[in-house]
Design a protein around this ligand. Structure first.
Ligand SMILES: [Zn+2]
Length: 116
């Protein structure tokens, strides 16, 4: 039996599919440069915290599965090849989120280094 979804949900799923289909496919991971890995999309601003951006094309980057997973780890982010570009994109669309992320990364780094 097919599960019924509300019209609102159906519209949202349709828009999401349309948006994903419109994304440019480069064939390589912009996080590590690999082109031999299965590619997926990372949300620059997380779907959980920034639900309003989950279906925005600017919020998605092409990453391999490893980078997709590592992008959740704020300590690893600065090692990404596309880190500077991603942060610029975030800053352009949500300056407040940008500064929150910078602060979070700085605090994590300080804790990691044992100075906080
Ligand atoms: Zn990668």
């Amino acid at each position: 039996m097919l599960r019924k979804v509300s019209k609102k949900k159906a519209r949202s799923l349709y828009q999401q599919r349309k948006m994903y289909a419109s994304l440019e496919r480069t064939g390589f991971c912009s996080g590590c440069g690999r082109s031999d890995a299965i590619l997926t999309n990372s949300h620059l601003l997380s779907q959980g915290q920034y639900k309003q951006y989950q279906n925005e094309a600017w919020n998605l980057v092409e990453h391999c599965r490893q980078c997709n997973s590592d992008w959740q780890n704020h300590l690893k982010r600065p090692l990404f090849l596309d880190y500077a570009r991603n942060m610029e994109i975030i800053k352009l669309h949500d300056e407040r989120a940008y500064f929150e992320l910078i602060g979070k990364e700085s605090l994590k780094k300080q804790k990691y280094l044992g100075v906080a």
